[in-house]
Design a protein around this ligand. Structure first.
Ligand SMILES: Nc1ncnc2c1ncn2[C@@H]1O[C@H](COP(=O)(O)OP(=O)(O)OP(=O)(O)O)[C@@H](O)[C@H]1O
Length: 312
């Protein structure tokens, strides 16, 4: 049987009469990077606050490492790192003081916390700001510190709420690399996001939440079984490639946009297209530079099934 690091049963939250999270049954297997994806206002932060014990569920059960939240909150949070959506309340502490404090909270000895704080400040790119107060930082810098804080105590599980929201493009790329590195070390990582392309780069599992309801969950690879029928192609001789494609009865449409060939294929003949097109290119000395589905598979299920898209 699969072991779940996070499991909820019928997790539900009302604010007054307003139902914000409804009968959520999350199943997050150990060791995966799980993208908790949904548009603004879907209920992601409310769910995460319940998972970390900051909010009490109206009803339902939460088990993390098999322990019960909120009853065993202290034990759970010693093994889990949490990065909230709005980072850090301790505005008057320096970065260094704050990280050491967070390490102590997760049960570390002072000396170990100091060592780890130094290392994590370098790792998250805030080393030269160590003695700056939190209130003096930009929102992106606060987010980096908050990530470092979540990593203090070397937790087995990371729960990250919109962790890239305030990062610049380079910061986002760097962050994705770090998540993948942490995953390779065997950590379980739960990340909420509304950005499909980021989830695709980082996550192997996904849970999609819309208006408080979990509409799909599982391994991304299993969810995206729909075959794409529209492809982007770039070759060393696009004119030749287009001439070939125009002749094929199974090609519904072919056109070129800024150097990229877009081709729509009759889905029943995809197999034939995949065999014949590359063969033609090779035989005619045309080099294939890019060949990929036009829409990313995850984006496609979001749009088709749930009416959500990139940056919704
Ligand atoms: N304390 C509260 N009282 C009343 N309504 C609330 C409260 N907190 C959140 N809500 C409402 O619950 C809904 C879900 O909010 P939540 O912050 O969980 O969404 P989210 O998916 O995290 O969105 P975002 O991506 O914008 O952060 C929103 O409509 C929000 O207005």
């Amino acid at each position: 049987m699969e072991t779940y690091v996070i499991e909820t049963r019928d997790l539900t939250k009302f604010f007054g009469k307003r139902n914000v999270v409804y009968h959520l049954n999350l199943k997050v297997p150990k060791g995966v990077v799980y993208g908790f994806l949904g548009p603004n206002g879907a209920g992601k932060t409310t769910t995460i606050k319940m998972l970390t014990g900051a909010l009490k569920p109206t009803y339902g059960e939460i088990r993390i490492f098999g322990m019960e939240m909120p009853r065993e909150r202290v034990e759970i949070m010693r093994k889990a790192g949490y990065m909230p959506e709005v980072p850090i309340a301790y505005e008057d502490m320096t970065i260094f003081e704050f990280l050491v404090y967070m390490g102590r909270l997760s049960g570390m000895k002072k000396g170990d916390a100091v060592e780890q704080a130094k290392r994590l400040m370098q790792y998250t790119g805030v080393g030269r700001l160590a003695l700056n107060k939190i209130k003096e930082l930009s929102s992106g810098q606060k987010q980096r510190v908050s990530f470092a804080a979540a990593l203090m105590g070397d937790p087995e599980l990371l729960i990250l709420d919109e962790p890239t929201a305030n990062l610049d493009p380079l910061g986002r790329i760097e962050f994705i690399g770090k998540v993948l590195e942490l995953a390779r070390q065997g950590k379980s990582i739960f990340i909420s996001s509304h950005i499909v392309s980021e989830v695709e780069k980082m996550c192997n599992h996904v849970g999609i939440i819309n208006r408080g309801v979990l509409v799909a969950q599982g391994r991304i690879r299993d969810l995206v079984s729909v075959e794409e029928d529209e492809y982007d192609v770039v070759t060393s001789d696009n004119d030749k490639a287009i001439a070939f494609l125009r002749e094929k009865p199974y090609v519904r449409e072919v056109w070129e946009e800024e150097g990229v060939i877009r081709v729509r294929v009759e889905p029943r003949f995809l197999e034939e297209f995949f065999l014949a097109f590359p063969r033609y290119l090779v035989e005619n000395g045309v080099r294939l530079k890019l060949f990929r589905p036009h829409t990313s598979p995850l984006e496609r299920i979001l749009m088709e099934k749930f009416g959500m898209g990139e940056e919704t």
